[in-house]
Write a protein that binds this ligand. Sequence first.
Ligand SMILES: [Zn+2]
Length: 196
Amino acid sequence: MIAQPKDIDHAVPALDLTPTGKVPAVLNGLPAQPIPPAGLTAEQRGAEWMARYGCTPWCVLDHAGTDGEPGWHQGPRAAVTAPTPYADSMPGDGLGLVLAARVTTVNQDAAAFGVESLLWVEIDCETLELDVEQTDVLISRLEQFLPVLRALRGQLAEASGGDFPADPVAKARYMAEMDERVKTRTAELLAAEASK
Ligand SMILES: [Zn+2]
């Protein structure tokens, strides 16, 4: 029997989303993963640049070039790309994105509208905008998902052990026989219609 999503859900322990402020045990001893290098930070571009664009020190947007002055400032984008193109992608689409995140500070007309910093998380075509507490919830859920993903990988390895490829000769014969059955049935239906 193929495992349904509801069966898999049983393996996920109920989540306690109360923020504890503690580093989850699963992270103990693991080095922090560096965010891939992007362009120069505003700090590296210098004080004049930061003052001109109201930049945060870690902003990597090119306000004088392609990124313009959108009214917000963003750090480097960390991303998980898909190991293969999506199943419904078109040829040449390349690899899809599973998840990406970057810190964003909106500080346009701050005196009137204030300053708001959030983690912008891209998932498929949607964006989540998370504060620190909500980011903790996402981290917690991803950490609980990874052991389940590993378990599913083990289940897949077992399930795919007996897989075998199609037999082109048998497949061609099967398709030809099906064509023949469709032709025969169509002729029967047309004949029945004509005799009415
Ligand atoms: Zn900036």
